[in-house]
Design a protein around this ligand. Structure first.
Ligand code: ZN
Ligand code: ZN
Ligand code: ZN
Length: 134
């Protein structure tokens, strides 16, 4: 999947009827520079004068447009730009996250156990302790 750019995000917002104001532009810029995954707070901290509600609304739109997705909720929601399927390990001490590749999930086994006719996708979150917290 093509990585989202500032232009493509602004185009999406424009198509949804949002006016491209200077503050929105600044929020989008901060989103693109944010760590991955990021919280609303991470973005708010990067933009002078941005309030939590505007950042939250913008993230909600980008989520609806499948540009970003929610990774996990540990008190605050963690978001990241949609990319190749992978998982996250979250430190129980400080909340820092790391990306980990997907180990094979036995979909057939899950289908049998649940008696569902189809398994469409999965989410896995791993928890642990990072080097500083261990
Ligand atoms: Zn930690
Ligand atoms: Zn990730
Ligand atoms: Zn997976």
């Amino acid at each position: 999947m093509k990585h989202a750019s500032q232009t493509s995000i602004l185009e999406v917002l424009h198509a949804r009827g949002y006016r491209i104001t200077a503050p929105r532009r600044a929020i989008v810029e901060a989103l693109l520079k944010a760590p991955s995954p990021f919280t609303i707070q991470d973005v708010v901290a990067q933009v002078t004068g941005a309030d939590q509600v505007s950042v939250y609304r913008l993230c909600k739109v980008l989520q609806e447009e499948k540009i970003i997705e929610t990774v996990a909720s540990i008190g605050e929601a963690l978001y990241e730009f949609k990319s190749e399927h992978h998982h996250h390990v979250i430190c129980e001490g400080c909340g820092i996250t790391a990306h980990v590749p997907c180990e094979s999930i036995d979909t057939q086994k899950a289908q049998k156990a649940s008696a569902f006719s189809k398994i469409t996708h999965h989410e896995v979150i791993l928890y642990g302790l990072c080097n500083s917290c261990a």
